[in-house]
Design a protein around this ligand. Structure first.
Ligand code: HEC
Length: 172
């Protein structure tokens, strides 16, 4: 009984007070130019993945499959608004200022599905460099961005050239 009571006190009193103290005393680092401890990255990373999966469950793209137009539209938006952080195919950014690091899509395939990426682009991920783009793009544009990112490393021939030509001519 005694051990049980002590265990109870440890679990429900000391641990929560300790955790609260850790955060309230400023012991948790918030700077983004230092690597967070492994437990924090793991905990936050898995919390973000689980939350995105749950929030995006059941959402479906309204866009036609296999449309080069969609890829060109999404790619043009990507080059104009996202590549500065996420890198261009063949030209990864060297990111030293963000933790969590900005995923370089042309190098590392994302683990998210198209609807999950749509959700992230629209709503952002709190306390990371990834802001919510919902207020700035139409729904169709957000879907086009997600489609382009899904295919960024396996684009049909000619699509990248069309995006680059549009970029060079300054139209979006
Ligand atoms: C200021 C830099 C920055 C810009 C600009 C930016 N992002 Fe991000 N993005 C991030 C960071 C940092 C993360 C990682 C968030 C995390 O760790 O949960 C991220 C994550 C993502 C993810 C999840 C991918 C994965 O595998 O974790 C998607 C999808 C994404 N961004 C799409 C976009 C799109 C599309 C745009 C342009 C409309 C964009 N981002 C603009 C910084 C940026």
């Amino acid at each position: 009984m005694r051990t049980f009571v002590l265990g109870f006190i440890a679990a429900f009193v000391i641990l929560p007070i300790g955790a609260l103290g850790y955060f309230r005393l400023g012991l948790a680092e918030v700077r983004s130019d230092a690597k967070p401890p492994g437990w924090e990255s793991q905990l936050m990373g898995s919390a973000v993945r689980a939350s995105v999966r749950r929030s995006a469950a059941g959402i479906q793209s309204p866009l036609p499959t296999n449309s080069d137009e969609t890829l060109v539209e999404g790619g043009t938006l990507y080059f104009n608004g996202c590549a500065g952080c996420h890198g261009e195919p063949g030209k990864p950014e060297e990111d030293l200022s963000h933790y969590p690091r900005v995923p370089q899509f042309a190098q590392v395939a994302t683990q998210y599905s198209e609807p999950e990426m749509y959700w992230i682009i629209k709503h952002g991920v709190r306390m990371t460099g990834m802001s919510a783009y919902g207020p700035f793009y139409s729904d169709k544009e957000v879907w086009a961005l997600a489609r382009f990112l899904r295919r960024i490393n396996s684009l049909p021939s000619g699509v990248l050239e069309r995006i680059q030509a549009k970029k060079a001519s300054g139209s979006s």
